[in-house]
Design a protein around this ligand. Structure first.
Ligand code: KG4
Ligand code: ZN
Length: 402
């Protein structure tokens, strides 16, 4: 064993990322090249464009991660790469490059599940900020991102972790709802950070959105849930109290906008924030400026709608997560994935955990969204256990964690 350094590579969706992490507990570098500007004008990730952008970015991003870590390939113990779930073409870019690096430098290759990566983003932060001992308790992990809203019971088993699926969305992921609602309100892409920034200016109780109890059976009549990652885990055996559904609230917001004559305002906002034909007007081009601009372009009823949407989504995530924690008798909760960057979410989950005497942990805000440090961190226990990928490692868009 060398220095315990692993180079992680992540290309499952719209971020090209590389990072060097030491023993799953110290981030030596973490580089993320976002494709936001590429996809913003489409209001969502365009798979073909994602693969093309990964191809362009992967070599410089990996090089930057190595440079910033002050490492050479001789210093590494392994290369880790996201094997799935995600976009097939996007995953393939990372996997092919990781294989080439591993082969050329005679390093073992480790395939990592993207969701396990998100969970290890929290564990990595805990190890970096506190001591490693608190990592060794079972935890309920809520992975809440643009592609997933999944609850796992995560348990340490020797140096490795095991995961049981406890709950999941039957349709859209929470982040997907954020993105769709932001789009229909004429805000930027991805929608989460925009709604996060604007919600504080509205009344969260102005519009009483509600979530109906999901009947698991209705979703089981031979039908597959509609979310793009639905195939990653079956819902048959899950307690219906721990199932999520976020497609209804998106429709409710849409109807509210129509009924209250807010569509013209939204279209005007979209045109001003994203002038047609202007390639540079992505969120990445001028982030905080655009959000200040957006605030000035939002009427009070729109701000109230935004605040109410966010309040309802977070309330639903909390209700089911804390109910699952209680039923399972776990003492701590990990919340991770892009939506875990949300300020109101962190505050309300934190307060509720404190009131219930539960531990709670989040990744750093930067490691909430997709990155490669979490992939390199998740690979460490596999490295210790000698779980390496074969040379046939291929992209699995529907890879399951539990
Ligand atoms: O984890 P991630 O980068 O990619 C996936 O694995 O899906 O998550 C991206 C998602 C997007 O839907 C984005 O709108 C959401 O995370 N997101 C947020 C925030 N930052 C990103 N949602 C709410 N509040 C935020 N601050
Ligand atoms: Zn992710």
């Amino acid at each position: 064993m060398g220095n315990g350094l692993i180079l992680g590579i992540e290309t499952s969706c719209d971020e090209t990322a590389a990072a060097v992490v030491e023993r799953g507990e110290r981030t030596a570098s973490s580089v993320v090249a976002s494709q936001i500007a590429t996809h913003a004008r489409y209001g969502g990730v365009v798979p073909e464009l994602a693969s093309r952008e990964h191809l362009r970015a992967i070599v410089p991003v990996a090089r930057a991660a190595m440079d910033q870590a002050g490492a050479s390939y001789n210093d590494l113990d392994a290369i880790a790469v996201t094997a799935g779930p995600g976009l097939a073409g996007a995953l393939l870019v990372g996997i092919t490059y990781a294989k080439a690096l591993a082969f050329a430098n005679r390093l073992p290759l480790i395939g990592v599940n993207h969701l396990e990566g998100h969970i290890h983003a929290v564990l990595l932060r805990e190890r970096e900020e506190h001591n490693a001992a608190i990592n060794d308790e079972p935890a309920l992990a809520l992975v809440v991102s643009g592609g997933h809203t999944h609850l796992f019971l995560a348990r340490p088993q020797g140096s490795l972790w095991s995961y049981d699926l406890i709950g999941r969305t039957v349709d859209d992921a929470a982040g997907e709802a954020y993105d769709k609602v932001a789009k229909l309100l004429g805000l930027g892409y991805p929608g989460g950070p925009w709604i996060d920034a604007l919600a504080q200016f509205g009344d969260p109780l102005a519009v009483p959105f509600s979530f109906a109890q999901i009947k698991a059976k209705a979703h089981l009549q031979g039908k597959v849930p509609r979310t793009k990652n639905a195939v990653t885990s079956p819902i048959g055996d899950l307690n219906s109290h721990f199932l999520f559904s976020f497609s209804g609230i998106k429709t409710a917001v849409l109807r509210y906008v129509e009924v209250h004559g807010m569509r013209t305002e939204a279209e005007r906002r979209a045109n001003l924030l994203y002038p047609p034909g202007d390639d540079q007007s992505g969120d990445a081009a001028r982030p905080s400026e655009s959000k200040r601009e957006a605030l000035a372009l939002c009427s009070q009823p729109t701000l109230d709608l935004i605040a109410s949407f966010q309040h309802a989504v977070i309330g639903d995530l909390m209700k089911k997560t804390f109910a699952a924690a209680e039923q399972l008798g776990v003492g701590r909760i990990l919340v991770t994935g892009g939506v875990a960057a949300n300020r109101e979410l962190r505050e309300r989950f934190g307060n509720e955990a404190m009131a219930r005497g539960l531990g709670i942990a989040f990744p750093s805000r930067a490691l909430s969204t997709d990155n490669a440090a979490m992939i390199a961190a998740a690979a460490w226990p596999r490295f210790v256990a000698g779980q390496f990928a074969s040379e046939n490692l291929s992209a699995d868009p529907a890879l399951r964690l539990a």
